[in-house]
Write a protein that binds this ligand. Structure first.
Ligand code: AMP
Ligand code: MG
Length: 333
């Protein structure tokens, strides 16, 4: 199969929407990361997503909608907390998990009786879904276990020949996936830290349960390997000695003949070898936007080792910390 790349204009959005209606799978930009979409009502199309990504079939997909009123098309019941999130934060980088309607196929939800719903804050994504006229289920448009794609070229590198089309809308603004909150239990529960700060959501819905350091997967997606480039990733725990430890670890790698690169905040740039340094930018927002792209860059540049600066777990920092932890597989320095 030839994978077509379409620049995002109205004509191409129409073409991609028609492909979705016809049962093809299409990668499209959102504000978080690129998604790999299928018409959520066509189980055979949904299966193509799992095949193209090499994704385990029990890892459910998020259903993307173009209008808040569409929540009721896929969800059986919307509790008050979820209503507040929908009202205050959609469109945006937040996903609510609700009891599903029968109309949502099992292939979308990995056999669960719940459905994850999100309205992306991206004009291209919303235009595409509106034009398709159906909810579009989508995971991130990468090969399973690789860093999520934040540019059309990342999608192409992973999925060329496996999907019909990529709608190119430029670089994603947020850069990490959505915050996922489960509203099907007694109390709202965080399933995945993401682009919307938990603290902001709690201001509107009250306390959200966070299970930290749990070895039990709360939802299917949590048990799988994630965000790994080919290079080996090490993360420096965020404390006052982090930069010193990174410098020492970098020198040790080099002395062992390994090719290593450092990812750190711009303010620490002068402490590192400029020839092997990727700036994470000036803020956690910058770091989130750049992280996946830099992990992919380390492979393109042929590094054996990435030494990444850890972050404090507050605001969007929580989602960066989560992605870093998964990318390094627990290898902290
Ligand atoms: P991604 O894996 O990047 O495609 O994002 C989809 C993620 O949303 C999954 O891995 C789950 O963590 C979460 N998710 C989707 N649907 C559900 C659901 N019904 N229940 C719980 N989590 C879900
Ligand atoms: Mg993913």
């Amino acid at each position: 199969m030839e994978t077509q790349i379409y620049q995002s204009n109205q004509l191409n959005i129409k073409t991609c929407a028609r492909l979705l209606q016809e049962g093809e799978i299409v990668a499209f930009p959102t504000e978080t990361v690129y998604g790999l979409g299928a018409n959520a009502f066509l189980p055979d199309s949904v299966k193509k997503i799992y095949e193209a990504k090499g994704r385990p079939s029990d890892n459910p997909l998020i259903v993307h909608i173009a209008d808040k009123t569409w929540v009721d098309v896929v969800a059986d019941f919307v509790p008050d907390g979820a209503k507040k999130v929908i009202e205050n934060f959609m469109p945006g980088p937040v996903t609510v998990v609700l009891k599903k309607k029968k109309i949502v196929p099992d292939s979308v939800t990995g056999g669960l009786d719940t459905v994850a719903v999100r309205m992306p804050d991206s004009k291209v994504a919303l235009d595409l879904i509106l034009e398709a006229g159906v909810p579009v289920c989508a995971p991130s448009a990468n090969t399973s276990s690789k860093p999520s794609p934040t540019k059309a070229s990342h999608v192409y590198d992973d999925l060329n020949g496996k999907i019909s089309a990529i709608l190119d809308g430029g670089e994603c603004e947020v850069g990490v996936e959505s915050t996922v909150i489960d509203f099907t239990g007694e109390k709202p529960r965080l399933l995945r830290a993401g682009g919307m700060a938990l603290e902001k959501i709690e201001e509107v819905v009250g306390e959200i349960e966070v299970v930290r350091g749990s070895t039990v997967a709360l939802c299917p997606g949590m048990k799988y390997k994630h965000y790994s480039p080919s290079s080996e990733v090490f993360v420096a725990t965020a404390d006052e000695n982090a930069v010193g430890r990174m410098v020492a670890f970098y020198e040790k790698c080099v002395s062992e003949g390994k090719k290593a690169v450092v990812i750190a905040m711009e303010e620490n740039a002068r402490d590192f070898d400029q020839n092997h340094f990727y700036s994470a930018g000036k803020s956690y927002e910058d770091y989130a936007r750049k992280l996946f792209s830099l992990l992919r860059q380390s492979d393109d540049d042929g590094y054996d080792i990435v030494i990444a600066q850890g972050v404090e777990e507050k605001g969007i920092g929580s989602s960066i910390a989560n992605r870093l932890e998964k990318a390094c597989g627990g290898k902290f320095i």
